[in-house]
Design a protein around this ligand. Structure first.
Ligand SMILES: [Zn+2]
Length: 324
């Protein structure tokens, strides 16, 4: 098991390099820099993909041992209000994004899922009720993603092509997962984290687009950068919340310059909600990962929206998706 301490040490060392000037922290010129790079590759396609995993604060995988699925209805729901705030922010900065949404959320709160589509964003699937794929059989997984796709499409009339596994839970234990996505009519997945982590990840997976099921499904892994011989996550989530903004913006630019690639960034509606009700009895690690820096998240996201050029997965990876 890769401990949190090792991850923190690797990232801290990277952070130190940024501070002492070994790497250039991106400041005022980063927007220009990124747009220039974007224009060099393709003037029409946005440079990077912005994504949101639409789930409520009590549905995260780390809370599985503490929150009984059967009692989800008893928790105060915050997902509608938080998603609406994100939609307003995206409108303010003229950003279109992909919303990987739980079928459960679409079933309970169809209006907000319709507002996602009405806002011109891409609707995609985050499975039915956030059970990690590592806990499902092939048959159960097929039913889960079929039900989620059907519900999201029925509620909105939009076509759902994309899928992201709860907690990036495509691992070496479920190497049938991409084939099942193809069987259920999905065209792409963003479910692999090519990193070492105690809960998820395939450390030796390719870091960028690759295909499965004879090209029927494209995997677009969450973004990493190379540092000290390791893949370091830099595509959002807890890392973005925990570490200084300069580190994330440096990493996104580095993926562009060193790899010639587009970044995929993700965050959750509950991450911009410092007032969310607290769940009792959590382990120290889970409490830290979930609640740390929630107040800093919204201003950091705003900076990211201002500094880089964002679009939906379907827009940013339109060339790849044309091929499957
Ligand atoms: Zn999730």
């Amino acid at each position: 098991m890769e401990s949190l301490a090792v991850e923190v040490a690797a990232y801290s060392s990277l952070q130190q390099k940024v501070r002492i000037g070994g790497f250039r922290p991106m400041k005022a010129n980063e927007k220009f820099f990124n747009r220039k790079m974007t224009n060099n590759t393709n003037a029409i396609r946005p440079g990077n993909a912005m994504t949101v995993d639409v789930e409520d604060y009590f549905q995260v995988s780390a809370f599985d041992p503490y929150v009984d699925r059967a009692r989800w209805g008893e928790y105060e729901s915050r997902v509608e209000a938080n998603t609406d705030r994100i939609l307003a922010k995206f409108e303010q900065y003229n950003v279109k994004a992909t919303f990987f949404t739980l079928g459960w959320v679409a079933d309970k709160y169809p209006a907000v899922v319709r507002r996602i589509v009405e806002g011109g964003h891409e609707l995609a699937s985050h499975g039915w009720d956030h059970i990690m794929v590592t806990r499902l059989t092939r048959e159960e997984f097929g039913k889960d993603i079929q039900r989620a796709k059907q519900t999201l499409e029925d509620v909105t009339g939009a076509q759902v092509d994309g899928y992201r596994a709860p907690s990036y839970s495509f691992t070496s234990k479920n190497n049938w997962a991409h084939d099942v996505l193809a069987e259920q009519g999905y065209r792409y997945s963003s479910s692999v984290a090519p990193i070492k982590h105690d809960l998820y990840g395939i450390p030796d997976a390719p870091r960028f687009a690759h295909t499965y099921a004879d090209g029927a499904v494209i995997e677009l892994p969450i973004t990493t950068t190379r540092f000290l011989g390791r893949n370091i996550p830099c595509g959002g989530g807890g890392w973005f919340r925990l570490y200084p903004y300069a580190l994330s913006s440096w990493a996104i630019n580095r993926v562009r310059t060193d790899d010639g690639e587009r970044s995929i960034f993700y965050f959750h509606p509950w991450e911009i909600d410092p007032q969310q009700p607290r769940v009792d009895g959590l382990s120290l690690r889970t409490r830290f990962r979930h609640y740390q820096n929630l107040t800093k998240m919204e201003p950091k996201i705003e900076r990211l929206l201002k500094d880089f050029d964002w679009g939906t997965m379907a827009e940013v990876f339109s060339e790849e998706l044309k091929l499957n």
